[in-house]
Design a protein. Structure first.
Length: 556
């Protein structure tokens, strides 16, 4: 089997749980992981392992089903990120790449028998966002391939309309909760603020299939003070944050974006009817920071990932727990400097009790401004008091800054030029902007070679998410045979005073050593200077010559 992106421990548990379920005869298992937990990493590994066995047992190819163009593109990119050795093709609309080992297919396209005719040898069907699987379009594909094993992955195994997903999925074989992922450092903690619009009366808004009808809800929002109140709340609570705003209709999304722009917050609208090129341009401006807030009409709830976004405005009040989880989950991915995410819940003067909220994510009451981990701890303490019939003083739980790789064994740094790196004994493993905007390349750079010296071949190119690119760099650093890794966390010498040799070298570089500096602090200061000489001096001019994005310099 060719090299695969390393799995986190819980991802390996999920892979093993699925394979164990297939072994004991469960043909349609499902996995529930929060947004940002790496569902694609899990099913890409399962696809690679399935195909590896298939070379001996003829188990058939892998089909990955998704229901929107964004999800198709994302799945194809992520599978290639995780398993570069796999041949991945797409079947959707004008694309008919049916010769691939892994086929990412549009369910709308494959419900047509003539488009399925070349896929008779599929042995495994993976359904992304599998809470949609009760729809007739999905059933048509499943019924046409009755001998195939199946796997469903989703962030929420429930539907707002109450349809029973047990009709499709036999058993949830692995599940992780949002709060559990936050505590382990894999997701950012999140705080919530209720933004009350005094003249928004939801009691009169039509309800359809258990939730507010989008058209009626949009009309109510537009007739209220919601745009002005939302803009004011954003300035007060999230002025320095990139944000995603969820609205029920295109017109309400535009009205809210206009209010934000009028208040000095650069906002743009993205919706399903936009031309693909126009939508890409808007998303690109958001990624570069030219646009601070994306106001969308329900097109970013699934399949959109922007780890740098740290605020969500839920201007689409909902009774649906699955929908709320999808919206809030879009801003929970960790990112450098993101101490916690913020959710602004737009609520009316009535019907507040029926709305989904952060309590939906926590499974416990959440006060305004309280984080999920604080709420969970508070609820656990209440339960403990009730069970033991005595007061437990556990003390408050502070929000913890989430390292981009909180569970990583490596320490990551940035050069003054803004490039991320880790150091091994004789070279750096660095991330640089890829040829396609929003992607990353992974390469190694010799630490002490002259400026015309070695830059290694790219370990991976065009990786579509920073966390995956970092995982590939860590794999390279772990396998590095040019010296022991010095970027690990928790080394025995980290808290010692700097040695005479270390202090002398630091002084030669112009570093002033203060009394409170540990050996780790001095090492980091030295490393940033040396990394700047090795990485910035080589890579920044190269990036400019290639016409790639050049990061903004940092004041370190």
């Amino acid at each position: 089997m060719s090299a695969l992106l390393p799995l986190r421990p819980y991802q390996l548990e999920a892979v093993e749980a699925v394979e164990a379920a297939w072994t004991r005869g469960v043909r349609r298992p499902a996995v529930v992981l929060p947004t940002g937990a790496g569902k694609t990493v899990v099913f890409a590994h399962l696809a690679a392992r399935w195909l590896e066995r298939g070379r001996e047992m003829s188990t058939g190819r892998v089909l990955v089903l998704a229901h929107r163009a964004e999800l198709l593109d994302q799945a194809a990119r992520r599978i290639k990120d995780v398993a570069p050795g796999l041949c991945v093709g797409t079947v959707a609309a004008g694309l008919d790449e049916t010769d691939a080992d892994v086929i990412v297919g549009s369910v709308q396209t494959l419900r047509l028998a003539r488009r399925r005719s070349a896929l008779a040898d599929v042995g495994l069907i993976v359904t992304d966002e599998c809470h949609h699987a009760t729809a007739a379009s999905y059933r048509a594909v499943y019924d046409a391939m009755p001998g195939a094993h199946m796997l469903g992955v989703t962030a929420t195994m429930s539907r707002g309309d109450g349809q029973a997903l047990g009709q499709v999925w036999d058993e949830i074989v692995y599940r992780r909760g949002i709060v559990e992922m936050i505590r382990d450092g894999h997701l950012a903690d999140v705080r919530g603020i209720r933004v009350q619009v005094p003249d928004l009366d939801l009691s009169g808004v039509k309800v359809s299939r258990g939730d507010y009808a989008e058209g009626a809800l949009g009309t109510a929002l537009e007739a209220s003070l919601a745009p002005e109140v939302v803009a004011s709340a954003y300035l007060e609570h999230a002025a320095d944050r990139k944000g995603l705003l969820f609205a029920p209709t295109v017109s309400s999304a535009q009205l809210l974006a206009d209010a934000l722009t009028g208040a000095g917050v650069a906002a743009e609208v993205v919706h399903g009817a936009m031309a693909a090129g126009e939508r890409r341009a808007v998303l690109r401006r958001f990624e570069t920071g030219a646009t601070q807030v994306l106001s969308n009409c329900m097109v970013l709830t699934e399949g959109f990932d922007s780890p740098s976004a740290s605020a969500a405005v839920i201007a689409r009040p909902t009774r649906s727990a699955p929908l709320y989880v999808q919206m809030a989950g879009r801003v929970l991915r960790p990112y450098p400097g993101k101490e916690h995410a913020l959710v602004l819940d737009v609520v009316g003067a009535t019907a507040m009790h029926s709305l989904a909220s952060l309590a939906t994510l926590a499974g416990a009451p959440v006060r305004d401004g309280q984080s999920l981990t604080e709420a969970e701890t508070e609820e656990a303490e209440r339960e403990d008091r009730r069970a033991r019939e005595r007061l437990i003083h556990a003390g408050p739980v502070d929000a913890v800054e989430v390292d981009l790789f909180g569970a990583s064994a490596f320490r990551w740094h940035q050069t003054r030029g803004g490039l991320w790196y880790i150091a091994t004994g004789l070279r750096y493993w660095a991330l640089i902007p890829g040829a396609e905007p929003g992607t990353y390349d992974v390469t190694w750079i010799a630490q002490r070679a002259p400026l015309d010296g070695k830059r290694g071949a790219f370990a991976q190119t065009g990786v579509s998410e920073i966390s995956m690119a970092m995982a590939w760099a860590e794999r390279g650093a772990s396998d590095d045979d040019l010296g022991g890794t010095i970027s690990g966390k928790g080394k025995h010498w980290h808290r010692k005073r700097p040695s005479e040799k270390q202090a002398a070298f630091a002084s030669s570089l112009g570093i002033v050593i203060t009394d409170d500096m540990r050996a780790l602090d001095v090492s980091d200061a030295i490393d940033r200077i040396m990394a700047g000489r090795a990485i910035d001096a080589r890579m920044l001019p190269w990036l400019a010559a290639q016409g790639r994005d050049v990061p903004a310099p940092l004041a370190l």
